[in-house]
Design a protein around this ligand. Structure first.
Ligand SMILES: [Zn+2]
Length: 322
């Protein structure tokens, strides 16, 4: 049952989050956000971000659904520029399903990612797939859910579409497509290997799922490693942070979100009752939760409390090692 619920959380998430267009400042003119989706009864798409580089376009994350892919291809066509680098902030399928089709259309594109996909191929995907197959066999899946799940299977069947051609193994400065970036690796955070990007010239942070506006998606999370990654982000200067899901944040907004995250972990580690931790999240993260979405977000926070933060010994840190 837990696996079924886990995959439903990832595959068939929750109410729509308001994904406002990016508040653009002059310093941010060299990037473009294609907002993700977070609609009822279907899996989310993560945010995708284009960066203009001297040699072509860099695309950070490729979404899940065909409609999101089409927006990405349309933007590149409108710009008349080739995508020559794809970066996956992490391997979750709401950020990487589009890899195959984007790279088929832009065959020069290298794929930058960590090697955490190798662990996912042997651990998460087989369990996730078995749970999804049981869900399909139950007959409860809608036609749209079935199509989405089968699209996910087709990616699992083509793991090379998720494997980096340019593995990112450690944090450091690098030029991607001629654009200087600081590319950071957070080990054992939202996944076993997350990438977050600091573009100093644009005063921009692309955080991937280290920041998920309405509630941290902890399905494959190591909570304490995640907390450390947020501390690293908080230590640098930036103007705008683009989360994995939700609208761009100013630095003060990010710091408020980080406080909410820290409070949730602290509450889970205390002897506070479950409902108090959930209420604390809803209060602290109120600015990041869409109107009317409280009940679903409370359910998710409760699910992560039970399945991760307050899981039986070994459960809390099950994703804290390779
Ligand atoms: Zn995500």
């Amino acid at each position: 049952m837990e696996q079924v619920r886990a995959i439903l959380v990832i595959l068939a998430t929750l109410a729509a989050i308001a994904c406002a267009p990016a508040a653009r400042s002059p310093a941010a003119a060299s990037w473009h956000l294609v907002p993700g989706t977070f609609e009822p009864n279907r899996g989310p798409d993560g945010n995708s971000i284009f960066l203009d580089a001297p040699d072509g376009l860099i695309l950070v994350d490729t979404g899940r659904h065909p409609a999101h892919r089409d927006q990405l291809l349309a933007y590149a066509a409108e710009r008349g520029r080739a995508i020559i680098a794809v970066v996956n902030t992490h391997w979750h399928l709401d950020h990487s399903t589009g890899n195959r089709e984007i790279r088929a259309a832009h065959p020069a594109a290298e794929l930058y990612a960590t090697d955490a996909i190798e662990g996912a191929l042997v651990r998460f995907f087989p369990r996730s797939r078995a749970a999804a197959e049981r869900f399909l066999a139950s007959g409860e899946a809608s036609a749209e859910q079935r199509a989405e799940i089968e699209r996910g299977f087709s990616v699992m069947d083509d793991p090379d579409s998720l494997r980096p051609t340019r593995p990112v193994t450690r944090s450091g400065r690098m030029a991607i497509a001629g654009r200087p970036l600081r590319v950071n690796v957070a080990r054992f955070a939202a996944t076993a290997g997350d990438i977050w990007i600091h573009d100093e010239a644009a005063r921009l942070v692309i955080a991937g799922d280290l920041v998920v506006a309405p509630v941290p998606f902890m399905d494959t999370a190591c909570p304490e490693g995640w907390r450390r990654a947020l501390d690293e982000i908080a230590a640098i200067e930036f103007e705008t942070l683009i989360p994995g899901h939700g609208a761009p944040m100013s630095r003060p907004q990010f710091l408020a979100w980080r406080s909410a995250f820290d409070n949730l972990l602290d509450c889970a580690a205390s002897d506070a009752v479950r409902d108090a931790c959930i209420a604390g999240w809803l209060h602290d993260a109120d600015a990041f939760i869409a109107p009317g979405d409280d009940r679903r977000i409370a359910e998710m926070a409760g699910y992560y409390l039970d399945s991760r933060l307050r899981a039986a010994p070994g459960g809390r840190d099950v994703w804290c090692r390779a």
